[in-house]
Write a protein that binds this ligand. Structure first.
Ligand SMILES: [Zn+2]
Length: 43
């Protein structure tokens, strides 16, 4: 059903780290916003 597919791809995703709303620009493996991801890669 197309409607179910749609809801699986809701544009609103929240960062699991800080709750910041993630703009959909990557695939669904992203669970964190750019800032939190940047922290991980900062070392
Ligand atoms: Zn975040």
């Amino acid at each position: 059903m197309l409607s179910l597919e749609f809801y699986r791809h809701l544009p609103k995703k929240e960062c699991r780290e800080c709750g910041y709303e993630i703009e959909e620009q990557h695939e669904s493996y992203l669970y964190e916003c750019e800032r939190c991801i940047g922290k991980h890669e900062e070392s």
